[in-house]
Design a protein around this ligand. Sequence first.
Ligand SMILES: [Ca+2]
Ligand SMILES: [Ca+2]
Length: 415
Amino acid sequence: MRKKLIFAALMLFLLMDAVAAVAAPKLNTFERPAAGGAYTLSEWGFDGWSAPWELGMSNRTMIDSAYSHTGGKSLRVFYPQGQIGPENSGAQAPFTLTPGQEYYLSYWVRFSSDFSWGTTEYAGKLGLGLAGGAACSGGQACTGYNGFSSRIIWRSGGQAAIYYYHMGNGGQYGDYAILKNSNGSDVYYQKGQWINIVQRLKVNTVTGGNANPDGQIQIWYNGVSAANISGLRFVRNADKVDKAYFSSFFGGATASFAPANDSYVWYDDIKVSTAKSDICELDAGGCVSRFYQAENYSNMSGVMTEPTPDAGGGQNVGGIDATDWIAFSNVSIPAVGTYLVEYRVASPNNGGKISLDINAGGTVLGHADVPNTGSWSTYRTITQTVQIPAGTHQFGIYAVAGGFDINWWKLTKLY
Ligand SMILES: [Ca+2]
Ligand SMILES: [Ca+2]
């Protein structure tokens, strides 16, 4: 009897663990590493992303505080003038996923304002794709036993397309489909602004070694359906989606595909999940966010306001000592989830510490260390990731340790 109970408890524990493993999406906000350094494969590893090999990560990437979709940093990838192919352009790494019949992949990109689509011929691969097995690509014939791949590309003038290798490839290379706006016109990437791309890939079923034509690829561009390709056959074997394939470079086989000037793409908020509900970019209105000027608190203890030297002007909250706080009432959180919290802070001191709470301090959501930013006039965005329950809350920003100023703060749903 007792053994049975222990066995049942063990099974429940294992089941819960399995559910948790499936439920949590893979995420990268590029907020952990210090700005200015290369984002090497081992740095990816610290953030939970592993790959058996890479190209370009150690010499053509940088964690950059110049641009961010959320938080204060993003991943900058460099595409040197005159260079093509993953050895000399961009970056590549096939990040490992728990094998799944279908996956959703979301990421944000920002092309440099003078991004070059090519010299006299125009093609390149952008960001991450989904792949499985031996990731059939690069002019290979896909047999159903050597995997598949599906990646986003640009064409002449920045025309956007999905490029996919499947068993029914029309020619030597993969097939592509131009992304479409809701009015039927072609999608062209906009430079100098953040763009969201979501891909869903569902592997076909297999019956007795035959590939059933029920595989599918869907693309959303800024939350709007831009491609939906069904009837696809990818595999005859048990291969699933098992890679989030970072694969971005210029080419094309000749230098005519190379960029005419040094070009960059910034990447942020990469998410991969088996569940559509984790991709809040596909929710109506996108991912919930809330933004507050610090000086617009509804209540406070011990602080003062003053003109801010930060970009955008207005005021900031200062005079913050340990145990001081500011509160913000009637903050509506429509859905439970994991949120990124941003604080815009300045401090010439070491050791500042914020805690974020709800229920008048009764529920502490998390802590964030405030670094020495160099001076009272040097503002930086720091972040933390917290779980927030649904409801209308009063949020408290509490100084565990003081010595910093705060200009604004923001919540953004991650998943
Ligand atoms: Ca970021
Ligand atoms: Ca302010």
